[in-house]
Write a protein that binds this ligand. Sequence first.
Ligand code: 2NL
Length: 344
Amino acid sequence: MKEELLTLEKEALDKIQETEDLKALQEVQVAYTGRKGSITEVLRGMGKLSKEERPVIGELANKVRGTIQAAIDEKKAVLEEAALEEQLQKETIDVTLPGRPTQVGGSHVLTSIIEEIEDLFIGLGYEVREGPEVETDYFNFEALNLPKGHPARDMQDTFYLTDDLLLRTHTSPVQARTMRALDGKEPVRMICPGKVYRRDNDDATHSHQFTQIEGLYVDKDVRMSDLKGTLDLFAKQLFGQNRHTRFRPSFFPFTEPSVEMDISCKVCEGHGCSVCKHSGWIEILGAGMVHPKVLEMAGYDSAVYSGFAFGMGPDRIAMLKYGIEDIRQFYTNDQRFLEQFHEA
Ligand code: 2NL
């Protein structure tokens, strides 16, 4: 029996020596020192031994079990240490690796143009106002001196939703609403940017939805010279101090007199090129003195109050500024187009 124990001891120690992972070590433990292990098995057979032999074998068995257990514990510590080391190696983070770049968005080019124009007029004491894109026939047309039967109200040009509701064809109704809300009692200095709609077939120069920014200045004693001074200042700030402006007579139902403002061509300095169609001038906006009927309909006494108004298209301005040839590019959201206008 003594031989048997010593053999088991050697066998167990060899196996412990050979194990390479914790699972195998656990199996060795079960096989030798566990409840049904070989050592326990030997001890169970001690009943057959003589009285003298029993304590000797018992002691040896305990010693063997202790030795095996100690070897297992020691090996276990070594394996656990190795497992931890391996995990740490695997999870090492290389802090010197470059980071992943994040995609940064930016303003749409039309938003940037609109904000630039807004900032400029805010500096002159104007307020920015927005209003509904679904408008009533009254505020989109009637209040702007476009009575029923006027050609601009043609079904062919306007998206009507009902007899009375439509998609606004310009941002002027925002101004008509603002004047009406003040009931003819206070001066107005405002600009209103936004989306507008026309029933057009889309092509390089037409879009059924585009943007407009309009301005309005109503007070006592507002004159044509105020209009000219304000818009000349605006043109120089937006396009460069060495641009010249000129005003040509024009017609709009809501202003009288009406004008169109040109700026001298930046490309050819007024000598004539393809951008300005060889005229040396580029049309930038339409404007005029607010029609007395428009003032009266909004509640202002046109004998006391006067005003000027102007309107322009950010689409057109962006196209001129950046040489964009197709208006549809603003609305088809091709990243390669849009990203060109983001700050580096
Ligand atoms: C253009 C011309 C213009 C206005 C818009 C306006 C608004 C009110 C009263 C009078 Cl409430 N006028 N707006 C006046 C003149 C011209 O726009 O070519 N826009 C792209």
